[in-house]
Structure formats: structure tokens, C-alpha cells
Design a protein around this ligand. Structure first.
Ligand code: SF4
Length: 468
């Protein structure tokens, strides 16, 4: 059946990247709009294998051009229920990446696709070929799907219109878990789908912690484990509670050891610093520790600028991903900001000191009211100095973690005419053990220090001017 396609189809193409120079066309992505959506339907509503395209086809697109792109599938089967929609939808990423010359990144409203020039030379000319191959894979790999159809959209207005509807559907799915909490259930769900590129990553999905990719919540995990218990989503009985605040459970630890190949033995689901959840690479947002203010910043994949530490999302994502426990960096799904247990052992929202404006807008209603104006974005703060000044001016609660030092009278600068010693706030320079050092920009002159795989604990650093 695969012979009908002008491209090869195999999991070995999953890691294939389409660089800008090799790209024939770019679809959706950070500079355009798009989404992917799966809906459950009745068996009599679907003509199996049917495909519809709204907008220009590949053959009508110019080389090097960029277009909006939506992929909507309807699935039906005796075992198909709406709770399975998110699980099936997440597999679009895998299956489309099996197609040689076609790169699919991210999920939901963040999808980003590129088709390379070689695929066009070999005969790819229509989205129908892509959709038919993807539908074939859906049915082969997920036997509970008895019928499937697909509508792809490249017309800009139609993508916008349908995207607004899709956002409401994602929101409804996510809202379901808000009345349910970790302590209300005996079973969590795991996902190892991303082990194809992050072999030690095990996502633990709980009512209070959505998956890193943001696409799978506790209900989705439950539905997937029910329909295919041997599949990539499975039940994790909680077992005994070891650390309530951090979210450590004996059952989760046992699974983590088994499925990470012994890479780690403990996971604290809600901890940022101690035995944190692993990060594969699909996370929607990465959290990063800022030792200079003892706070945590967050940056999402849509933000193209640098965070106050001088680093872009892509740099920090490279540091965070790979399925290891990285102290000082943490990948999360956007919905985790809405969790009442959001990094609770580390101070929760009181520890959040920066995030991009668009991310803040998305979750504004869930930020504690007293902190909304105290968390700066790129509009207020561009570097660490400005960050520190902003936090001080707004009396951000993270200041309570800073060490208050009295400046000795003799050290007060004479030229300012100050007669009294002024209290100075200084953030502790203690890096959490195991935290990899990151390059910092915009600092001093003529000195470059690079730490690799270093474990450093410093109680205090005193800098003195050189005597002349
Ligand atoms: S990020 Fe986690 S939950 Fe999402 S697909 Fe990957 S392993 Fe599964």
C-alpha cells in the first residue's frame, strides 16, 4: 500500500530535519498560523479515507514560500470516545515524521511543518498524498480507529476561523482536570512516546500536572491506557506517598527506574530543584533558575528574543531536553501554570520573576492577583540588572529569599556625601547542586569562565577592587 506514495514511510525518518536551504515550503510555525485537531465521530458520519483540501495545494505553492496550515481528522470506531481525541491527535506528530522529506514539529496550535525540495523532486505534489499516508498509519498503528477522514486547510481566512474553534476545544479538554487533584486519584498515567529521541524520558501525567507537550492530560492518559494498555500511555499506581509537597510517590519512582533504564530513581512531580521531572524536548515552556535574584524565569517556544539571562528559548531548550533530570531547568506544559501545586516546594508563584508578554497574557487569569504586576516581561526588563531593580521596586516576594547585608560605614562611598550606612540587598549566589552553568552575556570585560558538568556551591563571593 505504501508503494502508492512517492516517498518512503518509516520510523527511521523521525529525526529528519529540513533546514531552511533544503526547504521547498514552510507550513504554520512561528511565523505563520496553524493547528492540528482530532475529533471523535460516529461510524456512519465518516467515509473512510476521505480527504478534503481548503486552499492552495502543494503544486500551487512557490518554492521558499510560507503558508498557514491546519490538519483536522475525524475518527470513528466502537472503542473511540471523545477522551481519546488528544491521544490520537498527539500521534499525528509521530506518523507525519515517518514520511521522508516531511518535518512536523510541536503540537496543537504550535505545529510547524516543512517539506524539503527532494520530496517535491520525487513526486510529492499534493497534500492528499500526505493525508492518505498519515491516515494509513493511524489505522495501522491504532487499531481501535475503524474509520478516519481528513480535512487540510491552507486558506488563511479559513485557518483563522477554524483555529479559533480549535482553541476552544483545547481549552475545554484542559478545563476538565481543574476540579480533580492528585490526592483524588489512586492512579497516574505515564507516557514514553518521546523515548524515540529522549530515551530516558518518562512523562508522568497527573490531575495537577499536564504533560510537557501540553497535549495529554490525566483523562487522556486514562482513555489511552484503557484502549491500549500495552501502548505508550499506561497506568502508574501511585503507591505510598513519600513527599506530599514535592509530589513523590513510591509507584512513580518504581516506574521511573524501570522505564528510564535506571537513569534516575526518584521523581518529585512538582519540584523544580530536587529530583525534578525529566524533560524530553517537546515542552511548551522552559523554566530557568536565575541565581542572581534566586528566582525562576519561564520562556515559551513562541518567544524569539532573549530572556534576561541573555539566552533564547532554543539555547535553554537544548540544555533542558534529552530525558535527563537537569537541576535548574524544567520543561512544562502551559497548563501547569494553572495547577494549584505549581512548583510548590520551591515557592510556587512567589518564585516566578520573569516571563514573555504573550505567555503572561495567556495565563494572566491564573496568576495570583497580588503578583500580576510584579512579574515583568520583555517590555519592562531586558537584562539581569533591570530585573533586579524591577523586583526591588515592586517588592517582589522573592526578595524575602535575599540576604540582607549591612554595608559597613567605612565602606560607604564618600563622594556621594552619604552619612549613614545604607542597607543593601544581595541575592545568594548559591547554585543548586548539579545545576549546569550556562554562558552569561553582557557581564564583565576580558574574563571568560566556562563550567562544564560542574557541581558548584558557593556561600559567598566577595569582589574587591585591585589596589594600585
Ligand atoms: S511530551 Fe510526554 S506526554 Fe507528550 S508525547 Fe512526549 S512523552 Fe508523551
Amino acid at each position: 500500500m505504501a508503494n502508492e506514495f512517492p516517498f518512503e514511510i518509516s520510523p527511521m525518518f523521525e529525526g529528519e530535519r529540513v533546514r531552511k536551504d533544503d526547504m521547498f515550503v514552510e507550513l504554520a510555525g512561528p511565523k505563520s498560523r496553524g493547528f492540528e485537531l482530532v475529533r471523535a465521530a460516529g461510524l456512519d458520519e465518516i467515509t473512510d479515507g476521505n480527504f478534503k483540501l481548503i486552499g492552495p495545494d502543494i503544486s500551487a505553492m512557490e518554492e521558499g514560500s510560507r503558508h498557514p496550515y491546519a490538519m483536522i481528522y475525524r475518527v470513528a470506531g466502537k472503542l473511540v470516545e471523545p477522551d481519546l481525541e488528544a491521544i490520537v491527535e498527539r500521534r499525528n506528530h509521530d506518523f507525519q515524521n515517518y514520511i521522508q522529506g516531511y518535518m512536523h514539529l510541536n503540537q496543537r496550535y504550535d505545529v510547524w511543518v516543512r517539506i524539503n525540495k527532494d520530496a517535491i523532486k520525487k513526486g510529492l505534489k499534493s497534500f492528499e498524498q500526505i493525508a492518505k499516508a498519515t491516515m494509513m498509519l493511524f489505522k495501522n498503528e491504532l487499531p481501535f480507529i475503524e474509520k478516519i477522514d481528513a480535512t487540510y486547510i491552507t486558506d488563511p481566512e479559513e485557518v483563522e476561523k477554524q483555529r479559533a474553534e480549535a482553541l476552544k476545544i483545547y481549552e475545554t479538554r484542559d478545563a476538565r482536570t481543574r476540579g480533580l487533584h492528585d490526592e483524588d486519584v489512586d492512579v497516574f498515567y505515564g507516557c514514553t512516546l518521546c523515548q524515540s529521541f529522549a530515551p530516558t524520558n518518562v512523562c508522568v501525567v497527573t490531575p495537577d500536572r499536564i504533560s510537557l507537550c501540553g497535549a495529554i492530560n490525566w483523562f487522556d492518559g486514562r482513555a489511552a491506557a484503557k484502549v491500549d494498555p500495552e501502548g505508550p500511555q499506561f497506568a502508574i499506581p501511585k503507591g505510598e506517598i513519600i513527599d506530599k509537597e514535592g509530589g513523590e510517590y513510591s509507584g512513580v519512582n518504581e516506574k521511573a527506574v524501570a522505564l528510564s533504564g535506571g537513569e534516575y530513581s526518584r521523581i518529585k512531580i512538582h519540584s523544580f530543584f530536587e529530583y525534578p521531572h525529566t524533560s524530553c524536548g517537546c515542552f511548551e515552556v522552559v523554566g530557568f533558575y536565575i541565581p542572581e535574584v534566586d528566582g525562576i524565569g519561564w520562556v515559551d517556544r513562541d518567544y524569539t528574543g532573549n530572556a534576561p539571562n541573555g539566552l533564547a528559548f532554543s539555547t535553554m531548550a537544548g540544555q533542558t531536553g534529552g530525558g535527563k533530570q537537569i537541576i535548574g531547568f524544567l520543561g512544562v506544559g502551559v497548563n501547569y501554570f494553572r495547577s494549584p501545586k505549581f512548583i510548590q516546594p520551591d515557592g510556587g508563584w512567589n518564585r516566578v520573576v520573569w516571563m514573555p508578554k504573550n505567555l503572561k497574557e495567556k495565563i494572566k487569569a491564573d496568576i495570583p492577583a497580588e503578583l500580576v504586576d510584579k512579574v515583568p516581561t520583555e517590555d519592562e526588563v531586558g537584562d539581569l540588572k533591570a530585573l533586579r531593580e524591577f523586583l526591588e521596586k515592586k517588592q517582589h516576594p522573592v526578595m524575602q529569599r535575599w540576604i540582607k547585608e549591612e554595608v559597613a560605614p567605612e565602606a560607604a562611598p564618600e563622594a556621594t556625601g552619604m552619612t549613614q550606612a545604607a542597607p543593601a540587598w544581595s541575592a545568594p549566589m548559591m547554585m543548586p547542586a548539579g545545576m549546569p552553568a550556562m554562558p552569561q552575556f553582557g557581564g564583565g570585560e576580558g574574563v571568560k569562565i566556562t563550567f562544564k558538568n560542574a557541581k558548584i556551591t558557593i556561600d559567598r563571593i566577595v569582589l574587591k577592587g585591585k589596589e594600585k
